[in-house]
Write a protein that binds this ligand. Structure first.
Ligand code: ZN
Length: 454
């Protein structure tokens, strides 16, 4: 028996129970065939009029005219575009809610809601960069495992000189979380020996990632000294932990690469982001996140963007709409713009892995998920081909985060998919034109997630 389901006309599909209990509840889509879609693989290639067979939350095969599964469940995606779910490799979960920003929001419920928001926007994984107590991060990870329809959650131990690290406003909030919960958020290090010991302890606690801040915040903080970050990177390498860096200066980047770090969470793509630096990073397989939206979007009236509306409480909308600080059509400085365009061209020529990251949640009003789509638009504006921007948000992000099951449409990968009504390879803004999102083969109930906004 073969029956055809058009998702658009049958939104009730999720959760339906068929007679005999073959397809029921969370197993509703245990075996199904997506047909006739354009498949954006995630590695820079596209297959047109292809089918995708999914079983138990995994992609089983890709091909033309695949036979229907024995469940008979076939989803016609004629005219649609299917791509791997997006990945945000730099965010800070827990502090931003749908109403406000700050330490008071930091709890398991809000962390989970942040992940739901990412799911709504088609994300399959998020890396929270050094602002989560391990205990809460582990509870969230357990929630992700149990629900099986949330994006993967990765987290890091944040290291800096004692009492330093995040931007001063955020530092105060992480301190409040620490005070309120009694759980450690940041790990202060003072010398190479204690730094090595701290890394060993963190490895034993189960951390897979370290985040280090190498920044004096305009003279307001103590910068992590080279001998300390070298000790951190060396010990982390021995213990199998990845080290991601917040930094401001290209000169620091060269030394940090020599120290053995794995990636940069703020690229600072400017004149001093030289071919030599790019070549060194590329040779060492170090990635770079430009993180440009963080600076740009705070000058824009994003509260008036329909794509963000589902997550804007009245209060949040007001704070993000047009004001003396936020403009409907912000103007980008021509000099800075040409510097960035030149930097992007050097990155492309040098073959350096540019990875999508947003820093969402680190400051008030830099929303989860939405900012990822906007960041991709910035990459394309600066000269990247849309298909390469999508690669930075899928296979390249997955590779550098060690997410083996994500980032590609290929047999054995998780069926975490973003289905679009229009072609994002011709216009990157079409990533907004979301038809549906699947995580581990389960359709995300996007309207239910959006409906919780107060
Ligand atoms: Zn950050």
């Amino acid at each position: 028996m073969r029956f055809r389901i058009t998702i658009r006309s049958h939104p009730w599909l999720l959760g339906i129970c068929f007679a005999g209990g073959v397809i029921c509840g969370a197993q509703a889509q245990s075996k199904m065939l997506f047909e006739n879609a354009s498949l954006i693989i995630g590695d820079g290639s596209v297959l047109t009029s292809h089918d995708l067979l999914i079983e138990d939350g995994l992609i089983v095969s890709l091909g033309e005219d695949l036979p229907p599964p024995d469940t008979g469940l076939v989803v016609d995606l004629q005219g649609k575009w299917v791509m791997p779910a997006l990945i945000d490799a730099h965010a800070h979960l827990g502090f931003q809610s749908r109403q406000s920003w700050g330490a008071d929001n930091y709890n398991l419920e809000n962390l989970t809601d942040n992940l739901d928001q990412y799911a709504y926007y088609g994300f399959g994984a998020v890396f929270s960069a050094g602002s989560d107590p391990a205990e809460l991060a582990q509870l969230l990870t357990a929630t992700v495992r149990r629900r099986n329809n949330l994006p993967e959650f990765l987290y890091a131990a944040g290291m800096a000189p004692p009492g330093q690290g995040p931007n001063n406003q955020f530092l105060e909030q992480t301190g409040q979380v620490q005070a309120r919960t009694g759980l450690q958020v940041l790990y202060g290090v003072t010398d190479p020996e204690s730094a090595r010991k701290t890394v060993t302890d963190l490895a034993l606690q189960g951390f897979k990632f370290l985040k280090i801040w190498v920044d004096d915040r305009g003279g307001s903080q103590t910068k992590l000294a080279p001998e300390i970050y070298r000790a951190v990177a060396e010990r982390a390498g021995e213990a199998g932990l990845k080290v991601f860096v917040h930094q401001q200066n290209a000169s620091d980047m060269l030394d940090l690469i020599s120290a053995g770090v794995d990636g940069f969470l703020h690229g600072r793509i400017g004149h001093d982001f030289t071919e030599q630096l790019i070549a060194r990073a590329e040779q060492s397989d170090v990635f770079v996140i430009p993180n440009l939206g963080l600076g740009e979007l705070r000058r824009e009236a994003i509260g008036e963007d329909q794509f963000l509306t589902p997550f804007l409480s009245q209060r949040l909308r007001k704070s993000l709409s047009a004001s003396p600080l936020r403009h409907v059509q912000p103007i980008w400085g021509a000099a800075n713009e040409s510097e960035l365009v030149a930097g992007f061209a050097r990155i492309e020529a040098g073959g350096l892995d540019l990875v999508l990251g947003t820093d969402a949640g680190a400051v008030p009003g830099h929303p989860f998920g939405y900012t990822g789509h906007r960041e991709l638009e910035i990459y394309v504006r600066l000269g990247m081909r849309p298909i390469d921007a999508l690669r930075s948000a899928t296979s390249l992000a997955a590779k550098h985060l060690g997410l083996r099951g994500l980032g590609l449409l290929a047999p054995g990968k998780q069926a975490s998919l973003l289905v679009l009504n229009s072609d994002p390879t011709s216009d990157i803004r079409n990533t907004r034109d979301i038809h549906s999102v699947y995580l581990n083969g389960q359709r995300v109930d996007r309207s239910a997630i959006a409906s919780r906004t107060p």
